[in-house]
Each structure stands twice: as structure tokens, then as C-alpha cells.
Design a protein around this ligand. Structure first.
Ligand code: AMP
Ligand code: MN
Ligand code: MN
Ligand code: MN
Length: 279
């Protein structure tokens, strides 16, 4: 069976590997079909595709769109998008602008806690000046010795109730699904186990997503336990959603799952790739 990894990040967003290095590593790890899904930016796709051709693996053009739904931050992955579609590009640009303003606010909040120069520090880690995120701040906090590793940063900083946290309004679920569909792609709810929602609200999210035309949910992803995998396989069936599989790989040695890693999708679900002609 072919190894599908339909969620990962390059230095175009908050991964550390260039698209070329990322795709090369994926091929080495045995991935057959890789979707590059950088946060809110598609700038890495051409380089990734060129490398995939050389490496003899399949590259799926993807993106991970940041959304606010009922006050909760949600991520929606777009797969097989047309990365030149103007609706999608304009939408992503608006999110990128929001990220710049948020970064200034994050830096200001950190300064209040005595951490200086965080904006400049984070920018040093953001290879793509259009795209700055919390992970870049996290790497700066590790570099300056404030925290021992990136994982620990997200326990004590940059999250609700902690230093460096700011509220932010991302785009709507409707926009995210709309832009992805306008560009011919499939919309997949990313890592549903990570949102920490009670069952009622989670089911409302799945119902809203389905109603807006959402296509699938990630059943197997780096942040899911075996229990999550089983639970979301059942929910995929209940809400008539296709199932996706991805590592959400960001960086070697930062924790998280390796490219191509994790179990296969359970037999009970229909893979998002069932009609791609490449299974
Ligand atoms: P942002 O979209 O800028 O708010 O950043 C979100 C990113 O932060 C995620 O995509 C992860 O890369 C990273 N992140 C969030 N929570 C954690 C965590 N607990 N451990 C490690 N990375 C995290
Ligand atoms: Mn990330
Ligand atoms: Mn995500
Ligand atoms: Mn991701």
C-alpha cells in the first residue's frame, strides 16, 4: 500500500526545512504521495513539485488555512488546490496581513513580561517574511534560553492565560472552505482531536463544516492518539466525510511525527484520495 502523507510544513511557513529538503526527506522516509500544506501560504509548492519529480514521488498542492469558528481556532487543509487561483491568493494574503499585526501584538505582550526584541528575533526564524507565526517566536524563546524547547514554550508562553498570548480573529470557516473549493481543491478539517471541544460543540463543528461543503477530516495525524484515530474514524462515517492521513511534520528533532509516520487509515473509512487515480 502506498504511503500518503497529506499534511506537513516547510520553511515557507513554520517548518525548518526548505521545500526541496522536505520533499527529499519525505522520499527517503518512504512517502509516495506528499501534500505540502504550509500555513496560509502556497509559496513553497513549485520548488516542492520540482523536487518531487526528481525524487519520483507525487506532490499534492496543499495549504493549511487558519480559521476562527465560534471563538475557537480551527485549521482547514486544502488539498489539490490550484495555487494560482485569485480567490485563494487574495484570501491567504488577508490572513498573512493579520499575522503581521498579531506578531507585533505578541511581541508587545512578551515585552511586558520582560522579554525584549521578540519581533526581530522571531523574524530571524521566519524564512518567508510574509508568514510569521507563534512557532517563530517559540524558536526565539528557546534560542535566548528563556525556555528549553519549543514544546515547553507552548506550555508556558503564547497560549491562553500565559505571557505572549493575544486573541486573534482568523478567517471564517465559510471563507476557508469557499477559497479552497474556488481553487478546485478538497477541504479537510485538520487534527480534529486537538481542539479540545466537548462532544456537543465538536459535533456542531463537524455539522457546520459538512454543511459548508467540507470534504474530509484528518483521522490519522501527528497529534492524535490511537483513541483519537478510532473516534474520528467513527465520526467521519457519522458525518459522511472522507478521511485523511498526515504527519503535520515541522522539523527534525522538535518532537512531533516524522514524515510518512503513523498508522494506516482504518479500513472502515473512505480515504480522501479514493478517486484521485493514484491509489
Ligand atoms: P500560529 O498559527 O502562528 O498560531 O501557530 C500555530 C503553530 O504553533 C502550530 O501549527 C504548531 O506548529 C505550533 N504549535 C501550537 N501548539 C503547539 C504545541 N503544543 N507544541 C508544539 N507546537 C505547537
Ligand atoms: Mn505549524
Ligand atoms: Mn494545524
Ligand atoms: Mn499543520
Amino acid at each position: 500500500m502506498r504511503n500518503f502523507d497529506l499534511h506537513c510544513h516547510s520553511s515557507t511557513s513554520d517548518g525548518v526545512l526548505s521545500p526541496q529538503a522536505l520533499v527529499t526527506r519525505a522520499a527517503e522516509k518512504g512517502v509516495d504521495v506528499l501534500a505540502l500544506t504550509d500555513h496560509d501560504d502556497i509559496g513553497g509548492l513549485n520548488e516542492a513539485e520540482q523536487t518531487a519529480i526528481k525524487q519520483g514521488i507525487e506532490l499534492v498542492r496543499g495549504v493549511e488555512v487558519s480559521v476562527t469558528w465560534n471563538g475557537v481556532t480551527i485549521h482547514v487543509v486544502g488539498l489539490r488546490i490550484d495555487s494560482e487561483n485569485s480567490h485563494l491568493l487574495r484570501g491567504l494574503e488577508s490572513i498573512q496581513q493579520g499575522r503581521q499585526l498579531r506578531a507585533e501584538r505578541i511581541s508587545h505582550e512578551l515585552e511586558k513580561s520582560g522579554i525584549k526584541g521578540a519581533l526581530e528575533g522571531a523574524r530571524m526564524y521566519a524564512h518567508n517574511p510574509r508568514l510569521i507565526g507563534r512557532t517563530h517566536f517559540a524558536r526565539y524563546l528557546v534560542e535566548t534560553g528563556v525556555v528549553k524547547d519549543v514544546r515547553t514554550v507552548f506550555k508556558h508562553y503564547l497560549v491562553k492565560g500565559r505571557a505572549g498570548y493575544v486573541e486573534h480573529q482568523w478567517t471564517t470557516l465559510e471563507n476557508a472552505v469557499g477559497w479552497i473549493h474556488a481553487s478546485g481543491g478538497q477541504a479537510v478539517l485538520a487534527h480534529p482531536g486537538r481542539y479540545d471541544l466537548k462532544t456537543g460543540k465538536l459535533k456542531r463543528l463537524l455539522a457546520d463544516f459538512k454543511e459548508l461543503g467540507g470534504d474530509g477530516i484528518e483521522v490519522v495525524t501527528g497529534s492524535h492518539t490511537h483513541q483519537h484515530n478510532a473516534r474520528f474514524a467513527v465520526l467521519a462515517g457519522e458525518f459522511d466525510l472522507l478521511a485523511s492521513r498526515g504527519s503535520d511534520f515541522h522539523a527534525p528533532g522538535e518532537g512531533g511525527r516524522e514524515l510518512g509516520g503513523g498508522p494506516a487509515l482504518p479500513d472502515s473509512v473512505t480515504p480522501i484520495w479514493h478517486n484521485w487515480g493514484i491509489n
